[in-house]
Design a protein around this ligand. Sequence first.
Ligand SMILES: [Zn+2]
Length: 97
Amino acid sequence: MLSQELLMDCPFCEKAKVKVRHKPSVISKKRSVTATMGSRYNYHQSKEVYEVLEDCPNCGKTKEEIKKRLIEGKPMDREAVLKRMREMGLDPAKVRL
Ligand SMILES: [Zn+2]
């Protein structure tokens, strides 16, 4: 399966598009023959891969940051978490998120 390039909204600022190469997950079927069970099929599913090709031109997030965000899927809002921690009297600098 070929990967395709697409433009995705920057997951941080959502105001700019960044070029992403997306390789969809592929399920491949492999026939295997065993002595006891005859022939059967094994399935293998590859991971889908995102490769971010450029930094965000708007907020300046790097390719790596954007990629990480994309892989995490729906991420928690880091700012909201930090605010919450402060409200709870925790020092975010001392806590590993
Ligand atoms: Zn951005």
